[in-house]
Design a protein around this ligand. Structure first.
Ligand code: GDP
Ligand code: IMO
Ligand code: MG
Length: 438
C-alpha cells in the first residue's frame, strides 16, 4: 500500500531515520492516524511508554466501506504488511489485554504474531494493579485523577519501587511464580483484595506458551536495525501535559510521554532521533480531571464534542473540549524538541462563526508565557485570546493547502506564526486519505 501523502520519499528523507510522533496536548490528538499513514514509509513502529490506557483510532476505507480500528497496546503500524511492531521496554503490558487485541485482529484477518516483538524489560500489569488503580481512585474522593483504571499508575509504582515483574521473568517460570506469589501476598495485605494466586499462575503458564517467541531484547534489535539502515517510527502515547514530569501533576499519567521518554522507553540514544512530529488538535480536549484553562462549558464546547465525536477511545467518557491553547502546545514543542506539526481535526471547526486561540495567560494580573507548576496558579490563570473568523465549506475532500477556504488557511498560518514550527500536516477527516501535506 502506498502512502496517501504526496512526496513521501522526500518527506521521510527530510524527517530522518528515527522519528517520534508525540501528543502535544492532553492525549487523543490523533496520533494513531498519522502513525498509521507514516508507517507505510517506515520499517519499524514502536511504542515506548504507557499501556492500554492509550486508545489510538485508525479509520480506513476498504471496498467502499469505512473500517475502524482502535489500538490500545499494539503499535498503530500493525495493519501494514512487512513492518515490525515493537512494544518497548518503557511500556507496561497487561497480557490478557494484549492477547485479546491480537485475537480481535486475527478475527478480522490480520496476523499480528509474525510482526510483533515485546521487550524482555517491559513490566507486566497484573489484575491486582487494575484493582489497586480502582481502590486508589475511590479513596481520592473528589480529588480523583480520573484514570483509565487500566492499572497504569500501580504498575509503574512497582517498577520504580523495584518490585515489578518483567516479561523476562516469565521466561524462568519457577522464578516468576515465586516473585508473583510474594507480590500477591503483599498486595492482598496492603489493599485488602482477594487474589486466586494459583489460578493466575496457571493463566500465565498458558500465556507464556503463546507469547514466548515474541519476547526479545528489543534494545539490541533496534540497535541492529538502525545499523542496517532501517527506519524507526516511535509512536507516542498520551500527550505532553499528561507527562509525569512536565504535565499538570498530579493529574497526569505515570510515564514520560515526551521525546525523552521515547528514547529511554526504547533504548534509543537521543542523538539518533532526527525529528519529532507534534500532533496538535485544532482545538483542545482532555479526559479525566485536572486544569484546562481554555475549556468551554457552553454550547460551543458541546458543538466541538459532537462535531468532533469527542468520546474516549478507551473508556468512552465524554472528552472535555475547549479552544486551542498555544501556551500548552508551545510547552510541548520546548520539552520534546518538536520540529514539525500535524494539526488534526481542522474539519471539526467548520461551521463556527468565530474561532478563538489562547495566546497567553495572566496570573494575578501579570502576563506569563509558561505553565505554572502550582495547580492552584494554573487553575486561576486568565487566558488572553485572539479571534479568528470561521468558514462554512466542507473541507474533508481537500488535498492542497491552497484550496482550503481563506479563513481556514488564515487559521493554520496564524497557528504557525504563534508556534514558530512548520505545520506540515493538516487533518481534514478521520480517514487515511483525509490529510493535507504541505
Ligand atoms: P490518539 O489517541 O492521539 O491516537 O487519538 P484518538 O484516536 O484517541 O482520538 C482521535 C480521534 O479523532 C479519532 O476518533 C480519530 O479517528 C479522529 N481523527 C483523527 N484525525 C482526524 C481529523 O483530521 N479529522 C477528524 N474529523 N477526525 C480525526
Ligand atoms: P492516548 O494515547 C487521553 C489520562 C486519563 C487520566 C490520566 C491518568 O489515547 O492519547 P492513567 O490511566 O494513565 O493512569 O490516567 O491520563 N489518559 C489519557 N487521556 N488519551 C490517552 O492516551 C490517555 N492515557 C491516559 O484520562 O486523566
Ligand atoms: Mg486516544
Amino acid at each position: 500500500m502506498k502512502i496517501s501523502i504526496k512526496n513521501a520519499e522526500e518527506l521521510t528523507s527530510k524527517l530522518g531515520q528515527v522519528i517520534y510522533i508525540a501528543g502535544t496536548q492532553w492525549g487523543d490528538e490523533g496520533k494513531g492516524k498519522l502513525v498509521d499513514i507514516m508507517s507505510m514509509e517506515y520499517d519499524i513502529v514502536a511504542r515506548a511508554a504507557g499501556g492500554a490506557n492509550a486508545g489510538h483510532t485508525i479509520c480506513i476505507n476498504k471496498d467502499g466501506k469505512s473500517e475502524k480500528f482502535v489500538f490500545h497496546l499494539l503499535p498503530s503500524g500493525v495493519l501494514h504488511e512487512g513492518k515490525m511492531c515493537i512494544i518497548g521496554n518503557g511500556c507496561v503490558v497487561h497480557i490478557q489485554t494484549l492477547l485479546d487485541e491480537i485475537h480481535g485482529l486475527k478475527e478480522r484477518g490480520i496476523d499480528v504474531m509474525s510482526k510483533l516483538l515485546i521487550s524482555d524489560r517491559a513490566h507486566i500489569i497484573f489484575d491486582y494493579h487494575k484493582k489497586i488503580d480502582e481502590i486508589q481512585e475511590e479513596r481520592k474522593g473528589d480529588k480523583k485523577v480520573g484514570t483509565t483504571k487500566r492499572g497504569i499508575g500501580p504498575a509503574y509504582t512497582d517498577k520504580i519501587g523495584r518490585r515489578g515483574i518483567r516479561m523476562a521473568d516469565l521466561l524462568d517460570f519457577e522464578g516468576f511464580a515465586e516473585k508473583f506469589r510474594a507480590n500477591c501476598e503483599s498486595k492482598m495485605k496492603a489493599f485488602g483484595i482477594k487474589i486466586d494466586i494459583e489460578e493466575q499462575i496457571n493463566f500465565y503458564k498458558d500465556a507464556i506458551e503463546l507469547i514466548e517467541p515474541l519476547i526479545v531484547n528489543t534494545i539490541e534489535y533496534l540497535d541492529n536495525a538502525h545499523k542496517e539502515g532501517k527506519t524507526i517510527l516511535a509512536e507516542g502515547a498520551q500527550g505532553s501535559h499528561l507527562d509525569i514530569d512536565s504535565g499538570t501533576y498530579p493529574y497526569v499519567t505515570s510515564s514520560n510521554t515526551t521525546s525523552g521518554g521515547a528514547c529511554t522507553g526504547l533504548g534509543i540514544a537521543p542523538g539518533k532521533m532526527k525529528s519529532v512530529v507534534g500532533i496538535a488538535k485544532a482545538y483542545t480536549t482532555r479526559v479525566g480531571a485536572g486544569p484546562f484553562p481554555t475549556e468551554l462549558g457552553d454550547a460551543e464546547g458541546n458543538m466541538l464534542r459532537e462535531q468532533g465525536s469527542e468520546y474516549g477511545a478507551t473508556t468512552g467518557r465524554p472528552r472535555r473540549c475547549g479552544w486551542f491553547d498555544a501556551i500548552v502546545v508551545k510547552n510541548a514543542i520546548t520539552v520534546s524538541g518538536i520540529n514539525s506539526i500535524n494539526v488534526t481535526k481542522l474539519d471539526v471547526l467548520t461551521g463556527f462563526q468565530s474561532i478563538k486561540i489562547g495566546v497567553g495567560y495572566k496570573l494575578n494580573g501579570e502576563s506569563i508565557e509558561f505553565i505554572p507548576a502550582s495547580l492552584k496558579d494554573f487553575e486561576s490563570v486568565e487566558v488572553d485570546y485572539i479571534d479568528m473568523p470561521g468558514w462554512t465549506e466542507d473541507i474533508s475532500a481537500i488535498k492542497d493547502f491552497d484550496k482550503l477556504p481563506e479563513n481556514a488557511k488564515k487559521y493554520i498560518l496564524k497557528l504557525e506564526e504563534i508556534l514558530e514550527v512548520p505545520i506540515n500536516f493538516i487533518g481534514v477527516g478521520v480517514h487515511r486519505s483525509e490529510l493535507i501535506y504541505r
